[in-house]
Design a protein around this ligand. Structure first.
Ligand code: HEC
Length: 244
């Protein structure tokens, strides 16, 4: 009697296992089968990556307009991320990175005692000063702007955050570095407010060599919409019914 039950259990376990295997196989077939036709659609992703890199240089901030309106407290808050490596107190020490007091408008490699990377020396030969544009480009993507720099920081992609941060840094020992007059060529339509920077970018093709190269693949829609679209196409194509 008990022997029969035992065999029932074993049989049951075996059936259950077989069932699970079949289910997994079936699911697997669907998962992998839908994968193949998805691939051609990935051409869409090309401008996506390019747009990321092209974000920053699209249209440079109009410093004469945005700096006086910047939020210093927000800039100080953003500086928290730099503090892991940078002290910014007057007379403060160097840390993993050089002390940043007075760096805005100052010479590149402004701290005599700090052991800068050769990459930074090379950069200094071409751009000797940390002007607003130079700082902005560096903070956006350090490794892109100064290839090989030993500042291992990914960068701040948000333009408004960088503007606030640069305004804050300027207030730390660089108030003497003049703010330029507003520059109409940097004001695309209504993009006076820092918050509008991201939205304003598509209107221009200036700069952004990377995205410029990739745009033809994206078609006439151009860079205007690529930022918003990347997530959508894969999502809509994945449940492709074509395989059934
Ligand atoms: C992981 C550490 C680290 C973080 C985080 C970091 N930095 Fe740096 N930073 C460095 C190092 C190291 C250097 C020196 C780079 C070199 O010599 O190539 C540097 C250099 C600099 C310089 C050039 C200074 C000069 O004297 O020429 C500036 C400006 C700067 N950082 C700003 C910032 C800002 C702003 C942030 C925050 C958004 C930040 N850094 C975040 C490590 C860091």
């Amino acid at each position: 009697m008990s022997g029969d039950l035992k065999w029932n259990k074993i049989l049951g376990a075996g059936l259950a296992t077989a069932f699970v295997i079949i289910v997994v196989q079936q699911v697997g077939v669907h998962v992998y089968a839908t994968h193949a036709p998805e691939k051609p659609g990935y051409a869409v992703n090309v401008p996506d990556e390019a747009a990321e890199g092209g974000d920053a240089p699209a249209l440079k901030p109009d410093w004469g307009t945005v700096l006086p309106a910047a939020d210093l407290a927000a800039g100080e808050a953003a500086f928290a991320r730099c503090k892991a490596c940078h002290n910014n107190a007057q007379g403060g020490p160097d840390a993993i990175g050089p002390n940043l007091y007075g760096v805005v408008g100052g010479p590149v490699m402004h701290r005599a005692g700090f052991a800068y990377d050769d990459a930074m020396a090379k950069h200094k030969a071409e751009h000797p000063t940390w002007g607003y544009d130079e700082l902005d480009a560096f903070i956006t993507a350090p490794q892109k702007y100064v290839p090989g720099t030993k500042m291992s920081f990914a960068g701040l992609r948000d333009t408004a955050t960088r503007i606030n941060l640069i305004a804050y840094l300027r207030s730390q020992g660089s108030a003497g570095f003049a703010i330029p007059a507003p520059d109409p060529t940097r004001q695309p339509g209504a993009a006076a407010a820092p918050a509008a920077e991201g939205a304003a970018a598509p209107a221009t093709t200036e700069g952004a060599p990377a995205s410029g190269a990739a745009v033809p693949a994206a078609g006439p829609a151009g860079a205007a919409t690529t930022q918003a679209t990347p997530a959508a196409p894969p999502a809509s194509t994945s449940p492709a019914p074509a395989n059934h």
